[in-house]
Write a protein that binds this ligand. Sequence first.
Ligand SMILES: Nc1ncnc2c1ncn2[C@@H]1O[C@H](COP(=O)(O)OP(=O)(O)OP(=O)(O)O)[C@@H](O)[C@H]1O
Length: 247
Amino acid sequence: MISVEAVSKQFSGEPVLRRLSFSIPDGQITALLGANGAGKTTCLRIITGLVKADAGSVYVNNLHVSTHPLEARRQLGVVGDREGLYERLTVAEYLSFFASAQGLSGSELTWALNSVRDELELESLWHRRTKGFSQGERMKVSLARALVHRPKHLILDEPTRGLDVLAARLLRKTLLRLRSEGVAILFSSHIMAEVSELSDKVLVMANGVVVANGTPEELLQRTECKNLEDSFVALAYGRKAEREAVV
Ligand SMILES: Nc1ncnc2c1ncn2[C@@H]1O[C@H](COP(=O)(O)OP(=O)(O)OP(=O)(O)O)[C@@H](O)[C@H]1O
């Protein structure tokens, strides 16, 4: 379980998050929605410890991310918005490096690498250096890196961007399997079809706070909309925008 408690953050005096609070339960997929610039990436980076909050607390499995950063980080798999791969390394070397850094070694390391390679269909890329990889290939490797140590919590920032149809399908299948294994999953997205298909819960952010938190059906009921896109527009931008979007 991940708990975000009254987290605030500003950049250059401009508030981006204002006492933001929510929790992400185990065994569920939660989508984080918001307009461009709403603060989704900032929020995800604070959870993963990449950005420090001005105030408030984040707990991953009851570990405070500021006071126990390494332990909290080990509980997390992260697919961020800017993936830096080590271009001189092959995929196998790169993932081996990260898995070792997470404490895996010997037969456990070999098993972890083989299973992530097979699961994410990385065979054809396995011995290639990552230099020159396409966006979709980079995303697959990032996902493999996030999963190689079998974390109980997964954070993904727009994970399907750059993926072709089959790769996006494979990602969705992987997320559903991880959910069934009890992993707590939080992902940001602008693709409503994906959100509808995957999410148990949807969080909508606007003006630095969560303006809606519920199942997709609850959001539809609350906004009296027929689809999640209209519902999101009503919640994130207000009723007027939703009416304009419908005509
Ligand atoms: N390091 C930074 N320095 C200054 N401003 C920042 C920084 N990081 C984020 N911001 C600003 O904070 C706001 C929220 O940005 P963030 O990337 O979190 O939004 P987002 O919801 O992920 O947007 P998008 O959907 O466009 O990816 C934006 O106005 C952005 O310009």
